[in-house]
Design a binder for this molecule. Structure first.
Ligand SMILES: NC(=O)c1ccc[n+]([C@@H]2O[C@H](COP(=O)([O-])OP(=O)(O)OC[C@H]3O[C@@H](n4cnc5c(N)ncnc54)[C@H](O)[C@@H]3O)[C@@H](O)[C@H]2O)c1
Length: 507
């Protein structure tokens, strides 16, 4: 496409963009200029986020009032508000006459999905979902080759979004603890990970050109310390589902927050296979033992722009497709219907897991009769009272108001401590043993802070021992071996251990 000056598109028209939700919403800046967007308005409840927004956009309109924001004069909204609120917020944007690029997921209940699909269809405005994981260079390569027929038909695929983000139950995405300090994050503190199903399923749909038709899930009830309590609550569980696609293929969709973050994808087609993880590998030749080789992938002439952006370049492409559709009418990969296709399997997988593996057909919301069947279905995971937080209402707010700050510190220190304590157990087998000595150094450095935070945590947990807050704090303190690490002399023992490891290393 021929370009005008520094724009990617051959178009003079600029798109005036408002950003609703200035946490994640601030991630897209670097590509805006080149994609014909001018950021003119921002909306967030949080004053510190509005300040940061205004620093980046002097002269823009910033407000905490959604009505004032939507009444302002601009063309399109980048919607990055609370995950379970996207449907109503997107409908409000459409009703205000704005195009919408909605963060994932598109909606939280089936009934909301019906309302959103019908609002988007009626509006004639552009609605796109900002599902960005299909647009890494490797995923786009697989998608292109899939279309060319290199892999044949999809037989089976595995997509993973296993991401432990415990601390985000207690802080905003920029790391600032949530205020008041006893209140929990609006949704990351309780939402079951099934609901966040698009980063692992979306790339498979885009690559293979298939859509989900049936889903089933068994409950996983284990979780790691430091997540707010509740056995299938929060993003600390493991959330696997099996999904039948419309060509008869099966997909394993895995989300979760546990002890090994992975974002790997494996595709098996009738002619060849692909693996995306540590590199991009293809096995071509039509048999299980056929040659498997690594290949390279980039985005051609868009590489310099895309690689500057987050999520492996994916953030660039969702914005690119959105602008392209507004400017030229060319459909983006995630319109309202494919947004529904990728969102529904999460809602129904959660429901299936709660019903011990009851399978569900995934309706196609393009079809009115199928929408009608779900029109009034408001089923949703029970919400945690995040405003009350995890202490009694009558609790001393001066004490509980420190909870989120304590949790933020404690979780960072927990990983430093456990990494040291667990790696020294396998020191002799470690290939790069100097790394283990560094873990001891890290613990020695953090220990004074760790001890202080642990004391604060103990005090708060003991003040309200039967509260959910105490359960969370105790789970972390236990994982930090409080009895041993809190005792005088612990630091000296670590230092001695470090000296012993150093001596071993020299030998
Ligand atoms: N695609 C990705 O890679 C990716 C990465 C991070 C987050 N996200 C998505 O982006 C969205 C936002 O993420 P986040 O991390 O910033 O989470 P968040 O839920 O903490 O942020 C939402 C922000 O919107 C503001 N907000 C919500 N409703 C509002 C309203 N009615 N009026 C004014 N302000 C309002 C909140 O104050 C908050 O700052 C989430 O849905 C998340 O799923 C996607």
């Amino acid at each position: 496409m021929a370009r005008k000056s520094d724009s990617v598109f051959n178009a003079d028209k600029r798109i005036r963009l408002g950003i609703w939700g200035l946490g994640r919403g601030m991630s897209f800046y670097r590509a805006c200029q080149a994609l014909n967007f001018d950021v003119v308005a921002g909306c967030d409840y949080n004053a510190h986020m509005r300040e940061r927004f205004l620093e980046a956009n002097p002269g823009a309109f910033a407000t905490d009032d959604a009505d004032a924001f939507l009444s302002a004069d601009f063309d399109a909204v980048l919607l990055a508000t609370f995950c379970p609120a996207h449907a109503d917020d997107a409908v409000a944007c459409l009703e205000a006459g704005k195009h919408v690029l909605s963060e994932v997921t598109a909606f939280h209940t089936m009934a909301e999905g019906v309302r959103l699909v019908e609002a988007a269809e009626k509006s004639r405005l552009v609605y796109n979902l900002a599902e960005n994981y299909p647009f890494s260079a490797a995923q786009m390569y697989v998608a292109r080759r899939w279309k060319e027929g290199l892999f044949g038909d999809l037989m089976y695929a595995e997509g993973e979004y296993v991401h432990e983000i415990r601390s985000l139950a207690y802080t905003h995405i920029d790391g600032v603890p949530i205020e008041p300090g006893y209140a929990l994050h609006n949704w990351r503190s309780w939402l079951n990970f099934h609901y966040y199903c698009t980063h692992s399923l979306g790339p498979i749909m885009v690559a293979s050109g298939t859509r989900p038709v049936r889903v089933v899930s068994l409950p996983g009830t284990q979780s790691i310390p430091g997540y707010p309590p509740g056995r299938t609550m929060g993003m600390g569980t493991i959330a696997p589902s099996l999904i039948t696609m419309d060509n008869g293929a099966v997909v394993r969709n895995l989300m979760g927050g546990t002890t090994n973050d992975v974002h790997q994808f494996r595709y098996w087609g009738t002619k060849g296979s692909a693996e995306i993880g540590h590199g991009l590998f293809l096995r071509l030749g039509g048999g299980g033992g056929a040659p498997k080789l690594e290949v390279t992938a980039d985005w051609g002439e868009m590489t310099p722009l895309a690689e500057k952006m987050g999520h492996g370049g994916g953030d660039f492409w969702v914005l690119y497709y959105f602008a392209r559709q507004i400017l030229f009418g060319e459909p983006a990969p995630w319109d309202i219907h494919s947004a529904a296709d990728v969102t529904i399997p999460g809602i129904l997988a959660y429901r299936s897991s709660q019903e011990n593996g009851q399978p569900y057909d995934v309706p196609d919301f393009r079809n009115k009769a199928e929408r009608d069947a779900w029109r009034n279905d408001e089923f949703a995971q029970p919400r945690y009272d995040v405003k009350k937080g995890c202490f009694p209402r009558t609790a001393d707010k001066r004490l509980t108001g420190r909870f989120n700050t304590i949790m933020k510190g404690l979780l960072r220190q927990l990983t430093v401590y456990r990494a040291y304590a667990d790696w020294i157990q396998v020191f002799d087998e470690v290939v790069d043993r100097a790394r283990v000595v560094e873990l001891a150094d890290a613990l020695i450095k953090v220990y004074p802070d760790m001890r202080r935070t642990m004391r604060q945590a103990r005090r708060l947990a003991d003040a309200y021992p039967r509260s959910d807050g105490a359960r969370v704090l105790n789970s972390v303190l236990e994982a930090m071996d409080e009895q041993a690490t809190g005792r005088a002399g612990f630091l000296e023992r670590v230092k001695k251990e470090r000296a012993r490891l150093k001596r071993k290393l020299r030998r």
